[in-house]
Design a protein around this ligand. Structure first.
Ligand code: AMP
Length: 292
């Protein structure tokens, strides 16, 4: 496994492989790897000749009062895990490499428009501008055939998919299902922040979403009723959770579904347990077997 921190070295290494017509799968991450990241790496390994993992805690996607400084990091453990998963290249750039003139010196940014200002964007001003910009840079540096993203960060996947389409990147997007703890809590690097009491209540996010999904599959199509179900479940079973939002939106446009859900919906939420902010979502999909 190569560990590379400079763009020129990354380009030189990958250029040769590209010339040999080897497909490159790319998994962007902020490190502190868990089984969710591993699922992305395995999906990439399955489909590509070469897998590149980037590990970079991108400062431009953190707000001034967010957890940039205390975001968990463990490069040694990440490298060991990447090696054991058969990753070919770990790209771990410095801030100087990614933002040579600092954040204030970066003039051109990628603005995902309304996709970046709704849902998470309402609570994390500028977050998706930072995400889109860093992913844009990384895609230019790596030049992958396919990029692997987690459904866990559904809005991020929508923003990046749309950026790739609108800016005509030559890369396929693969969205990998959310990996969960046995009790349903979506794996997240931020779960380590939770106190034992908060950790005990956190699976309610998953239970509330899946409860509503089950009701949807039993015939409840009202967007309002499904959102209400989730909110009631959280209020009842997770008193420590402060809800930022629960929303039922279109899975591509992220616009709120008014009235009844038709074929698809994305039911998503964000909640804070103390200072720890967790997000989760489920995709609702009507099948011909669902009750009507
Ligand atoms: P992060 O390191 O948090 O930026 O995440 C890197 C990638 O892993 C993103 O595409 C995430 O959506 C994805 N990811 C994070 N948690 C999970 C999870 N529990 N299941 C699947 N993918 C995940």
């Amino acid at each position: 496994m190569r560990i590379i921190s400079e763009i020129v070295d990354l380009r030189a290494f990958l250029q040769e492989r590209r010339h040999a017509r080897r497909s490159i799968g790319f998994v962007p991450s902020m490190g502190f790897l868990h089984e969710g990241h591993v699922a992305l790496l395995r999906a990439s390994k399955d489909e590509n000749d070469l897998t590149v993992l980037s590990i970079y805690v991108n400062p431009s996607q953190f707000g001034p009062n967010e957890d940039l400084e205390r975001y968990p990091r463990d490069m040694d453990r990440d490298l060991a895990l990447a090696e054991s998963e058969g990753v070919d290249v770990v790209f771990a750039p410095s801030n100087e490499t990614m933002y040579p003139k600092g954040l204030a010196g970066q003039v051109v940014w990628i603005d995902p428009g309304r996709l970046g200002s709704m849902l998470e964007g309402e609570f994390r001003n500028g977050h998706f501008r930072g995400v889109a910009t860093v992913v844009d840079k990384l895609l230019h540096m790596v030049g992958p055939s396919r990029v692997y993203l987690g459904q866990k960060d559904a809005q991020q996947a929508v923003v990046i998919t749309r950026m790739i389409r609108d800016l005509a990147f030559d890369v396929e997007v693969r969205v990998v299902p959310t990996v969960r703890e046995p009790d349903g809590l979506a794996l997240s690097s931020r779960n380590v922040y939770l106190s034992p009491e908060e950790r005990a209540q956190a699976p309610v996010l998953f239970k509330a979403l899946y409860g509503a999904k089950h009701r949807f599959e039993s015939g409840q199509r009202s967007s309002e009723a499904l959102v209400r179900l989730v909110k009631e479940s959280l209020a009842r079973d997770a008193p420590l959770a402060q809800i930022d939002y629960v929303a039922l939106v279109d899975k591509d446009t992220l616009l709120a579904v008014e009235g009844d859900v038709q074929q698809y919906g994305l039911l998503c939420l964000a909640a804070r347990f103390g200072k720890t902010r967790l997000i989760d979502n489920v995709v609702l999909e009507a099948t011909q077997f669902d009750a009507i």
